[in-house]
Design a protein around this ligand. Structure first.
Ligand code: GLN
Ligand code: ZN
Length: 768
């Protein structure tokens, strides 16, 4: 039985790559120094995989920024706007072009925008979206993959396995930049280049090539399916003598199973963590020539593998295929998991014994193989660890489970319908038409960040820290009053991150010291780990919200993060359904909502920034997900009195296919991102006749640009043409924490002026 890995984290155990890239960008180190960091990381990664006893070890999985961007470089898919950077051909020019495509270029009199970035399927990793034009051409334009193979071969010998994004997924994950053609048709131009690449690798000595085709787990049109058939037949016909491994991951093949097993490749990799049930069908349909790579160790989470469970799957496969045709592997590239659990010295040892990061997952792959081949002594420790997690009091809290088990519809429903609540809110708050507010955070200056860091380190007393936060909060309240905002916020100065802040105060969460994963380019995130039943033992936000409320006579909006967002941006439990964890978080947030209400806070915003990104890859699963996600939100808000106004916020702009679920959340007010699309997305809300109040973001906070009053007023007029004016709020697109003060002040002053102007121009029907 062979073992393999599909990809390894490339940021380095201490984020060396991040630091090196950022130093290179700011001119502090040169290309030689940058390359030597890269070489060090590659070599360490290969050594770790060799030591773990992996048979097929990926190379070309390293990237300075993103593997899809690397593929665009390799294939010469370089958008026209970068041509001024194409001329010279030194190594330095090449990397400059590469980073320009990733990050934009403003130098030497040039101003070229970056390529678009989007989420890699349903992960939190972002890739650089390939851009295609009608007369797109492809040619081998970069030697990285060949160099990576020859470097790897020196260390790994025959084990070195080059990895490429497969041709069909490469096209599907890209975008047409002009009308009049379909990128799928580019497959005919693309395949000859892939064939050249594969044959060159074969000449260098490669015995396997891994082609990643994650799009095989998506809903595919017949034309897209045909592209797979065409591509892989051509490759098989023209690249004899090298084994192709076709890698799928993140979901089941479902209706693409027949297609996938019929492609003329040596081996097919399937994700048995996300979709163990697909093994049966794949085994039944696999032709005699096909080996199956069992993606059995979770590449996207931090938990120890349950060997006994995995062995059932392995044995089933071996029985059907024989050992020679079974390969054991992680479910997907380990890019999505933190690197080394051994670096975590502060995690409770009992819990640490249940966990595995990338390095440990490699050992699991090789141990599982040895166990399957008869070495059962390796099983004992694993069985004990799994049993200890199953029964630990740190994980299992009967009271939390009981509360979730007995959710009623009433828990998730406000007392009265929106119309009734709306009248009460208008009476209670007596806000003007087109009320103005912000999304929560105000600029987090270096001073504020340092203040929190110092306090965390123990360099400030509690009193010093609190006095400083009180001052920042009071200042921002005074300023909001001065410019005439209607509903104020406290500014979130005490918060480092909207998920971490709550995770740190809830039971059932833990935090790592080095559990970084790449989010995009040099940006890494360190998600909290949800290990146990979640409960709230203390108030989390009441102290700062009440303090803020006392500084003003205007309404102060309390600010919370919603359950789906907390879930989505954490490593979650794999021993219970996501929806159960979401419901547990929901009850904890609900208690916080009630505590705020009791403290006299009349308006409470529960952010659900990530509800849309949790959508499953397949449409057929959307409704089920949305049902539990919406219910989780409704639990958080369901306990308050009618007179309390619940807001939610979402920072994206595609609502078309989920609008009815957004409405079902029944938030009294929703604030959303709309300014970049010129209010276009409001069409969805208008067409659906969205019943509740809504604040379409009137300016883009992702840019320092200050919008003019007129510009904001005209967006508001547009909005008022689409939705009942009395339901409209006026606010920016998102929180302001990444902005600087000068532009924030100017933009909000213009926003308030625009609201005042529009109140003169548009008459608003009273609420009945
Ligand atoms: N309340 C948060 C803030 O203002 C919301 C951030 C977000 O939506 N990402 O920063
Ligand atoms: Zn937002």
């Amino acid at each position: 039985m062979l073992t393999q890995n599909l990809g390894y984290p490339r940021i380095g155990g201490h984020r060396q790559l991040k630091k090196a890239c950022e130093q290179f960008w700011s001119g502090k180190i040169d290309l030689t120094a940058l390359n030597s960091v890269a070489d060090m990381i590659k070599e360490q990664n290969w050594q770790a995989q060799l030591e773990a006893g992996i048979d097929l070890i990926p190379c070309n999985d390293f990237s300075f920024y993103d593997q899809v961007l690397d593929t665009s470089m390799l294939l010469g898919a370089i958008p026209e706007r970068y041509s001024p950077l194409l001329s010279a051909n030194s190594a330095y020019n090449k990397i400059e072009l590469y980073f320009a495509m990733a990050r934009g270029y403003q130098k030497n009199g040039l101003d070229i925008t970056a390529m678009e970035m989007t989420k890699w399927l349903d992960t939190n990793y972002h890739y650089i979206v390939p851009e295609f034009v009608a007369d797109q051409t492809f040619k081998i334009s970069d030697d990285n993959v060949f160099n990576a193979y020859s470097d790897a071969r020196q260390i790994l010998g025959e084990s070195a396995k080059p990895v490429l994004i497969g041709p069909v997924s490469y096209l599907l994950l890209g975008k047409e930049k002009e009308a009049g053609f379909d990128r799928v048709d580019l497959i005919h131009k693309l395949i000859p280049v892939y064939i050249d690449i594969i044959n060159r690798l074969k000449k260098q000595g490669a015995t396997w090539v891994q082609l990643d085709e994650p799009c095989l787990v998506l809903d595919l049109s017949q034309k897209e399916k045909d592209a797979f058939i065409y591509a892989y037949k051509k490759i098989a016909d023209q690249t004899g003598g090298i084994h192709i491994l076709l890698a799928t991951y993140f979901d089941a093949l479902l209706d693409n199973t027949e297609l996938a097993v019929s492609l003329p490749v040596e081996a097919l990799h399937i994700d048995l963590v996300r979709a163990p049930e697909q093994l049966e069908e794949v085994l039944a349909l696999a032709p005699d020539s096909l080996s199956i790579s069992l993606g059995i160790v979770d590449g996207r989470n931090v938990w120890k593998n349950d060997y006994q469970k995995s062995l059932l799957l392995i044995n089933k496969a071996v029985e059907k295929l024989g050992k020679e045709r079974v390969i054991i592997a992680p479910s997907c590239s380990l890019l999505h998991s933190p690197i080394d659990l051994a670096l975590e010295t502060a995690i409770d040892p009992e819990i640490k014994n249940w966990m595995a990061f990338a390095k440990q997952k490699l050992s699991e792959v090789s141990e599982l193989t040895r166990i399957a081949e008869g070495n059962t002594t390796l099983l004992k420790a694993n069985i004990e660890a799994i049993a200890s997690r199953k029964s630990s009091k740190k994980v299992h809290k009967p009271a939390v489970k009981a509360r979730v088990d007995t959710i009623t519809d009433a828990d998730a429903t406000r007392n009265s319908p929106f119309r009734v609540r709306q009248r009460l809110h208008h009476e209670r708050f007596n806000l003007p038409a087109f009320p103005t507010t912000t999304i929560g955070s105000f600029p987090q200056t270096d001073d504020i960040r340092q203040l929190r860091a110092k306090f965390k380190k123990g360099a400030l007393t509690n009193e010093q820290y609190e006095t400083a936060i009180e001052k920042a909060t009071t200042d921002v309240i005074r300023w909001q009053e001065e410019i005439g905002l209607d509903v104020l916020v406290h500014g979130e100065f005490e918060r480092n991150d909207m998920v971490e802040y709550f995770g740190e105060q809830l039971d059932g969460f833990l935090f790592t010291a080095n559990g970084w994963v790449q989010s995009y380019g040099s940006r890494c995130v360190k998600p909290p780990v949800i290990f146990g039943d979640i409960s709230r033992s203390n108030d989390m936000t009441v102290r700062w919200t009440s303090f803020a409320a006392k500084q003003t006579t205007k309404p102060m909006k309390g600010m919370l993060t919603g359950p789906v967002t907390i879930l989505q941006w954490s490593f979650v439990r794999d021993d219970q359904p996501r929806e159960t964890t979401a419901a547990q978080i929901a009850f904890a947030i609900r208690d916080e909502v009630l505590a705020l209400e009791k403290a006299g806070i009349g308006i409470i915003q529960i952010d659900e920034a990530a509800i849309r990104e949790g959508l499953p890859l397949r449409k057929a699963k959307h409704t089920q997900y949305l049902n539990w996600a919406v219910k989780a939100f409704r639990i958080t808000a369901g306990g308050v009195q009618d007179k309390t106004q619940i807001h939610t916020h979402m920072c994206y702009s595609e609502f078309n296919n989920i609008i009815e679920h957004i409405a079902a959340m029944d938030a009294d007010v929703i604030t959303i991102e709309t300014s970049r699309s010129q209010m276009e997305l409001l069409q969805a809300f208008a067409h659906f006749e969205y019943p509740n109040e809504i604040g379409p973001g009137v300016y883009d906070i992702h840019s320092p640009r200050v919008p003019a009053t007129e510009e904001i007023a005209s967006l508001l007029k547009k909005a008022a043409g689409l939705l009942p004016a009395r339901n409209l709020w006026v606010n920016p697109d998102c929180g302001l924490k990444t902005r600087k003060w000068p532009e924030t002040k100017a933009a909000l002053e213009n926003m308030v002026a625009a609201a005042r102007q529009i109140r003169q121009e548009i008459s608003v029907e009273a609420v009945l």
